[in-house]
Design a protein around this ligand. Structure first.
Ligand code: BTN
Length: 271
């Protein structure tokens, strides 16, 4: 079939069936191509889209990562979607949200048979030391609470990345295909992700990150390792990585004692 004519690889009706009773919590929209599922969903959120609105796209022409990076996705190689969720409380309460979402993604991959999924503060999903997925959280305050647009990109197959693009990455890419053959069927994987996200977001909305912290710590790849924290590419602090605290801040044991590093434009590298 002509590439321009074929429908999105995700069929909304088939996905809804797999969601079972939870299907009423999601409003599914599928697209063959868009600029960025997160950009589009943010616009929809501002226009009153409901909690549970889901946008899945085969291909993004301007996929966004954290810190202004781009996110490459191709129809065959990746799973690319954004989910809108309404969460009670204010901005301060949402500091650990990207870590909580990491727990949900790790649970799903493990449920699909992927062993050894690791998490790196604040939002990377790692496999065999490479980055298999990324999470982009964008928040807006409303009088009734917070709107969270949760963008997730997963590599099913290894993305075709040129040498120049590779330099942009803090991690080499990884793919589920390294561990599983065949890779999970897309509808099954997406349904599992949505069910795990709903469960984790319910817990997070009720009690915040503390209830999920031990699960995050158990998968934290750089626990007790010597690390450097970079800000804008420059060394900010270095020390022993103690993981995340109950608010989702990174704890670093430095020469000055235990320091809390809040989410922001920080990145982490093994020293
Ligand atoms: C990162 O690791 O920097 C985050 C990457 C997040 C990529 C996803 S793909 C779906 C959603 N739409 C986007 O434009 N970005 C997120």
């Amino acid at each position: 079939m002509d590439h321009a004519c074929r429908p999105c690889q995700i069929d909304a009706a088939r996905l809804s069936l797999l969601l079972g009773p939870a299907q009423c919590r999601f409003t599914v929209e599928t697209l063959r191509e868009c600029s960025s599922t997160s950009t589009l969903l943010l616009e929809r959120a501002r226009q009153g889209a409901p909690s549970g609105a889901l946008l899945v796209a085969d291909q993004q022409t301007a996929g966004r990562g954290r810190r202004g990076r781009s996110w490459l996705s191709s129809p065959e190689a990746g799973l690319t979607f954004s989910l809108l969720w309404h969460i009670p409380g204010d901005m301060a309460r949402l500091a650990g949200l990207s870590l909580a979402v990491g727990v949900a993604v790790a649970r799903s991959l493990e449920a699909c048979g992927v062993a050894g999924v690791g998490l790196k503060w604040p939002n990377d999903i790692l496999l065999d030391g490479g980055k298999v997925g990324g999470i982009l959280i964008e928040l807006e305050a409303t009088p009734g609470g917070m709107l969270a647009v949760i963008g997730i990109g997963l590599n099913l197959q290894m993305p075709a990345v040129g040498a120049e693009e590779l330099q942009e990455f803090l991690h080499r890419p990884a793919a589920l295909a390294q561990r599983l053959s065949p890779v999970p069927e897309r509808h099954q994987l997406l349904a599992q992700l949505l069910l795990d996200l709903a469960a984790v977001l319910d817990d997070f909305s009720a009690t915040g990150f503390p209830a999920l912290r031990s699960e995050w710590q158990a998968r934290h790849v750089w626990q007790d390792r010597q690390v450097r924290l970079l800000n804008g590419g420059l060394l900010d602090r270095e020390g022993i990585c103690l993981g995340a605290d109950a608010d989702g801040a990174l704890l670093l044991l430095t020469a000055n004692g235990v320091e809390r590093c809040l989410s922001g434009d920080l990145s982490l590298q093994v020293a």
